[in-house]
Structures are given as C-alpha cells and as structure tokens.
Design a protein around this ligand. Sequence first.
Ligand code: PLP
Length: 403
Amino acid sequence: MIHRSDRLHNVTYELRGPVYEKSKELERRGHTVTNLNIGNPAPFGFNAPAEVIQHMALNLGNAQGYSDHKGLLSAREAVKRYYEGIGLQGVQADDIFLGNGLSELIMHAVQALLNDGDEMLIPSPDYPLWTAAVSFSGGKPVHYICDEASGWFPDISDIRSKITLRTKAIVLINPNNPTGAVYSKELLQEIVDVAEEHNLIIFSDEIYDKILYDGTVHIPTATLTDAVLCITMSGLSKNYLAAGFRAGWMLLSGAKAKAADYIDGLNTLASLRVCSNVPAQYAIQVALEGTPSVRDLVLPTGRLGQQRAVCYDKLTAIPGISCVKPMGAFYMFPRIDAKKFAIHNDQQFVIDLLAAQHIFVVQGSGFNWHKPDHFRIVYLPPVEVLSQTVDKMALFLSTYKQA
Ligand code: PLP
C-alpha cells in the first residue's frame, strides 16, 4: 500500500470532498446538479472585465518567460498604488508577493511561519484552507468563535482566552466566507490591540473587499496598525470575477523590521516555485486600474444584489431556517433549527439533499463549525435558478425527519 504522508492526516477540504465526488457521479449518470459548493463566478455567467481579458491575451507573447519570484514589478507597483489609494501608506513593491491565486500564498505564509505544535487562531466558521494549511504545516489550528447572535462577529473574549505561549498569528477573513459578515472598525481595532499585546501576526484575508451590500464599508485591517505585522491577502478571483486566472497577492505592512527572518522564508518558498503564472500577472494592473465590475452588480438592482435578496427572503421563509443577512461576499450560512430537525451528522444531511433534489451545498462542519446545524449556500446562480433551488430545499425540508 502507498500511504499519504502523516502531514495530510488532518487535512480536508469539504468543498471538494466526498460529497463533491457524489455530485460528479450524479452528473456522469446524466443528472443536472445545481452545484452551490464553491464560489466560482464564471460558470454562472459572470465575466471578468473585457479589458482585463484583452490585456492578458495581448501580453501572452511577453509572458513566455519566468518572472521574478515575487512577480512582475509592474503588477506589484499596481498593487502598491491600489493600497495607497485605500489609505495604506508606506507600501513598497518589495513588500508584495504575487501567487497562483491567494490559495498558494496562504500555504506559503503559513508554511514559512510554523514549527510543529505552533498555534494559529482561526475563525470558526472559516474558509477551510486556513485550517488545512495550519495542519499541513504541523501547526495546531485553534478556532475562535464568531458569534451568530452578534452578526457573526468574532468573540474577542474567546480569542483572548485561547492565546497561549505557542500562538503565532491570528487569521481574519473580512468580508467573511462563509458568513458574509463585514467587520466594524471598532472590532478590527480591538483585534489589532490583542495582536499587539501578544505579539501576533495578523493575516487579513480580504479577497471579497469589493463585494459589499447596502452601503457597507470595508476597513483594511492594515490601515489600523504600524505596530503589528499585518499580511493583507487578496486577488482577482472574486472582486474581478476571474477565479480561473489564478492571480493573488499578499502585502506585508506594519512591524516588518522584526520579521526579517520570516520574510526571508517567504522569499525562499516563493523562489522554490519560481514564479506564479505570468499571463495572469498581466491581468492585475489592468484590473486594479480599471472599473471594478462588481461595483454595479452589488447594487440592489444589480445581479448579485438581487440574488442575495431572493436567496435570503426565500431561505428565511422556510420553517426552521434562519440566517444572518450577509453584508459582503456571495455566500449565506443559514442555521437549521435543531429543535425542529433531527440532524446529527451534517454531511449526511447534505448528502440526503443532493440525492433527493440534486442540490449540492456544503455542511457547516466543512467550515470548521462545531455543531451539525448549518450549511453554506453560494448565491451565484441567476435569480430564477436560485428561486427554484430554494423552493426545492423547502420541499426537501418539509419531509425531513423532525426532532
Ligand atoms: N480566501 C477566501 C476567504 C476564499 O473564499 C478563497 C476562495 O474561495 C480564497 C482565499 C482562495 O482564492 P484564490 O485561490 O482563488 O485566490
């Protein structure tokens, strides 16, 4: 037998886990499945800005060679100007790393930091790559609670109670996947203060920072501190609807002086993989300097705004389902009333839904949520499809085993 390495033992990614295989099997057998498992805008008819695609295509000839391991200077200069424009001063192109999507940079950032047994504070629920990256690196993911009753904001006292001498960093996902919460300046300031007090790095995953509803304002964590090493992480996948290009970046700011050795480690990992996909690097400057295509989509009359409204209204009309209205991103994380439904295994619940109605959502435990009482739905399909889908979910729940 050939076995996986021990490092993979606690590593999972349920968005493409066993239920995903069941969904593919249904499709192979000729069924149409509504796949609401992953935040991939293109299959639902969203397009990256035309000028971004054209610029990338025009530059294919210039993109034949490797770039610098951190990425093309022109693209990193564009990222620098972008962050200066939203209030982050003193950024240098040298503080920016480009990656094959943000996913690769999350792996690098965590792998370069942790020794066996080192701890990282990660939200629960989370985007599960963060937990997976920590486990894969030999670290211990320690989950802090985001409180549904407080609009899914992180519970600061829970964060404080979980800090130990081994805690190296805290992860913020803002706007949040899977809950859609967008954090206030006051909350972010409290987290920055905790990080400063305990000498923690902040990883601020802001990949949905332009997908905001109802006039919500996003505060980049890095603008609140010079004293903490803050690593801001983003990319083109969501804000520019270009998930397939695999273009992400991370930007180091704040207490860089005390992190020279860690930064050297990041350089080593970046250079080991030589560089990220160069054609996609060409997309970054045009995207950041062009008109953000999501700007109109998130308006109440825009596609995402409308889909959010329909999904929220219909889901919360189902007896036994409640949901905090998301203020950002394109996910909802509804709660299933445990007093009404007898769900002990939330993976089985999503398997049952898939089998009965050919709808694929991801169970809450796939986002490191501790109770079998949530699931995540992606509201990227057009309004008619979403509406029919939620009707089918209501039908499914109307016959589901009661508690
Ligand atoms: N971070 C969050 C919160 C995400 O939701 C995702 C993708 O869904 C990523 C990071 C990874 O994005 P990508 O690798 O496409 O840049």
